[in-house]
Ligand binder design. Sequence first.
Ligand code: UDP
Ligand code: MG
Length: 137
Amino acid sequence: MERSFFMVKPDGVERGLVGEIISRVEKKGLKIIAMKMIRVDANLAKKHYAEHAAKPFFRDLVAYITSGPCVAMVVEGNNAIKTLRDMTGKTNPKEAAAGTIRGDFGIDVCRNVVHASDSKESAKKEIELFFRPSEIL
Ligand code: UDP
Ligand code: MG
């Protein structure tokens, strides 16, 4: 069993895609063991995306992720991290395969609907950043 951090980003919430995305996760057989709607503030955004601090798109990324509510989740299951990355698709929706969340719904490389942890280390860091232990059921 593995845990991953998964989040519907502001464009996904604004466009009413939360139900569709949660449904895909559940139908795949993964288990949602924590979930909340949150407004990410600049402080949390900078910690979450710390690895990208020096990138040219960092300012826009922080502005985007703080622009509206997100739905954050902890998802558990066999191989949950890779499974969610595969279901998410490539970062740029133009390159993401049909059938992936970004391939089906993504608008551009910034507003790409969802976040999914990319490794065991990021999953642990991101779960601790977004959830208190008592919120994980
Ligand atoms: N991003 C962007 N421009 C880029 C690359 C990434 O705005 O050229 C944004 C996009 O929202 C992406 C996030 O920064 O999801 C984190 O980038 P990363 O390369 O970690 O992609 P991910 O792991 O989300 O596929
Ligand atoms: Mg990433």
